[in-house]
Design a protein around this ligand. Sequence first.
Ligand SMILES: Nc1ncnc2c1ncn2[C@@H]1O[C@H](COP(=O)(O)OP(=O)(O)OP(=O)(O)O)[C@@H](O)[C@H]1O
Ligand SMILES: [Mg+2]
Length: 299
Amino acid sequence: MSKEIRTPLNAILGYAQILRADRSLGEAHRHAVETVERSGNHLLALINDILDISKIEAGFKELALEDFNLGDLVGDLSRMFELRCRQKNLRLEVRAELADRFVHGDQNKLRQILTNLMGNAVKFTDEGSVSLLVQIAEDDRFRFVVTDTGPGIASNRQQEIFEPFQKEGTNTSIGGTGLGLAIAREHVGLMGGELLLESIPGSGSVFSFELSLPDAHGAPPVASEQNFTSVTRLLPGQQVRVLVVDDVDENRGGPRTDPAVCRSCRGFQPGWRRGSGDGTAGRLGSGLRRHPYARDARG
Ligand SMILES: Nc1ncnc2c1ncn2[C@@H]1O[C@H](COP(=O)(O)OP(=O)(O)OP(=O)(O)O)[C@@H](O)[C@H]1O
Ligand SMILES: [Mg+2]
């Protein structure tokens, strides 16, 4: 189900990105394409939240455990909210005591929880500061605290905001869908913690939780790839073959045109060929070791 919903949206977002990269685009059209992309991303976030809450309500509760660098995650969050805070003239404080640890846990769920808590803090605060603090509570127990100097939450709403679709009532332009905290509370619970709220209306809010994140099993990766952004050109004489396999015409680039991926290549000349569903992909794929390979997986 989730694939059926996300696939057409990925085609919309992919084409919007390709169009935005077109330098011949006039300003009005660029503005229009940027609006399509921004609204598409918003819609994707809503769909992801609705799919998440449906999974939770259907009893599908599973952790995806992996080794990850907690310091990198905190650094990503700091970068993610830097601009939004600057735009609202808010001070952003991120303190991660000894958080540069390679740990074992569900990185995506932790990121999703903190993104929503930080997102709320920035969204509802108009003056002052937003902060994220990561402390070691004991051994492998970490405490995460998100604080803001926003309007706070009245005591009679402090329970209900954790229910799905409970959102900012009076100002519909500020609140989102009202799913973020419901998902965050479930995720924290699934990881063995409890999402707590302390708030004094008029002074701000503090959301906090503690989690056990044991040390990672393996050694940390040697080279950090966090500064990697995109490929701008290939070295002279280098060749890369990309195989795109998808049975949906729109995802490959439409029935009569070259694949979308070819049109987004800059600085090098792509070649392409189309298979006919008769095993061409398998034959081409077998010669593609060490080359990029995009495949539409069923399931
Ligand atoms: N830091 C905060 N300060 C003041 N009010 C808050 C804060 N965090 C949450 N709330 C209140 O709790 C409601 C629910 O928050 P939640 O994150 O679930 O939804 P949302 O942010 O409105 O939408 P979504 O997260 O789905 O985009 C918010 O609409 C707001 O009324
Ligand atoms: Mg939210």
